[in-house]
Design a protein around this ligand. Structure first.
Ligand code: FES
Ligand SMILES: [Fe+2]
Length: 394
């Protein structure tokens, strides 16, 4: 099924590559500049987007073994994701039921049970409260009512999505819109997490715009990626998620081969974004690899941070590791010193209030769709959210 979709996209790419064309949006699109810095807009995005839709918070590579866990914060919410002894993934608030202490420090580790560092209440891997210290002194409570607060979670295609609202009835399948079937072609279940870095950036949408934008590549990145790179983009969408690829002469070469021999890895090239905050871009650096970038709004509208995850198809040999480190350092430089440095300056300029709107051209369909989705989700009531995603499936 997903291979058929890949072949269709590749044929579409070949047709455009031969004609030297791209798909064009009907019009140039305006985004009010205030959307990048107004406090009420920022709060609406945090509450209505980041706290309502599933977020891609972890990878199978980080939690491969029974007992593995990852503790993190997402828009201020402390999250604990773990794999139980049967291999099932759970997500909880990283918050003790006694008085709310964080159960574990931020980061990844392995534990059979979680013992709170404050007064040593103990929870099992299913989040059940299994031990109250000095129970006879504490007094009677019903332990079954004081398990950890669970968060909705799914693991698909070697990636883990969590919803930050405990009682959410979010329909993960409607939200993913079949996009997980496409992402499954990477085979992330068996990939290796090589390295992770965190970068500070401008407003999360300023930062995210850059991942959907190939228009800037040969200009802003002329000193790093070079000027020979295409600035043309083809966008494909599944619900709010978008894949970006460039019309490419490499694709034309595939025409000489029967379609069932077309290389899946070649057909997967480009950038795969996962709404609202993730980008997955393929690279070769010490072997097949991707940079999976997770963007999060910061404490103010003008701040964000990005966790760059460098994942590799295979654990690298020592020589490959040198290559991979070089590649990752270059990508860190490109994003921090070129993309985000530009973003931070434009953010400052927009915040003066002396600009009414910014523009996304007919060639920048990715940004047009992304901003439309941000608006639509903010305007959608809780009870209509699943319908919104279900109705958008192609
Ligand atoms: S807050 Fe965790 S045991 Fe008291
Ligand atoms: Fe860039």
């Amino acid at each position: 099924m997903s291979r058929e979709q890949l072949i269709k996209m590749t044929e579409h790419n070949i047709a455009h590559s031969k004609a030297g064309t791209i798909d064009m949006e009907p019009d140039v699109f305006k985004v009010p500049a205030t959307k990048y810095y107004a406090q009420d807009q920022y709060e609406a995005e945090v509450e209505k987007i980041f706290k309502r839709v599933p977020l891609l918070l972890a990878t199978t590579a980080e939690l491969r073994n029974p007992g593995d866990y990852k503790a993190m914060e997402a828009v201020g919410v402390p999250v604990l994701i773990n794999r139980d002894s049967k291999g099932k993934i759970h997500a909880f608030m990283n918050m003790c039921s006694h008085r709310g202490a964080a159960l574990v420090e931020l980061g990844c580790d392995n534990a059979k049970r979680f013992v709170c560092p404050y007064h040593a209440w103990t929870y099992n891997q299913n989040g059940d409260l299994i031990g109250i210290s000095s129970k006879e002194d504490f007094g009677e409570i019903d332990k079954s009512e004081y398990g950890l607060v669970p968060l909705p979670v799914i693991e698909r295609a070697g990636l883990i999505w969590v919803c930050l609202r405990p009682n959410s009835d979010i329909d993960f399948d409607a939200f993913l819109s079949g996009y997980d079937d496409l992402l499954a072609n990477f085979g992330f279940e068996t990939w290796h997490m090589h390295d992770q870095r965190t970068l500070r950036g401008p407003n999360w949408k300023v930062a995210y715009d850059g991942y959907l934008d190939l228009y800037h590549l040969p200009v802003l990145h002329s000193k790093t990626f070079g000027t020979e790179i295409s600035n043309q983009a083809l966008y494909y969408s599944w619900g709010p998620h978008q894949r970006v690829s460039s019309p490419s002469p490499f694709m034309i070469g595939l025409e000489d081969m029967p379609k069932d021999e077309w290389d899946t890895n070649l057909m997967m090239m480009g950038v795969w974004t996962v709404f609202p905050h993730v980008s997955i871009a393929s690279f070769e650096g010490g072997g097949r690899s991707v940079m999976l970038s997770q963007l999060f709004p910061g404490k103010t509208p003008g701040e964000s941070y990005t966790v760059q995850n460098y994942m590799m198809e295979h654990k690298p040999t020592p020589e490959q590791e040198v290559e991979a480190d070089k590649q990752f350092t270059l990508l860190e430089y490109v994003v921090e010193k070129e993309d985000y440095a530009t973003g931070l300056r434009l953010q400052k300029a927009l915040e003066t209030g002396h600009k009414d709107h910014v523009l996304f051209g007919r060639n920048e369909g990715g940004g047009q769709k992304f901003h439309s989705w941000v608006d639509r989700i903010i305007e959608t009531a809780d009870e209509d959210l699943n319908k919104l995603f279900a109705g958008s499936n192609q």
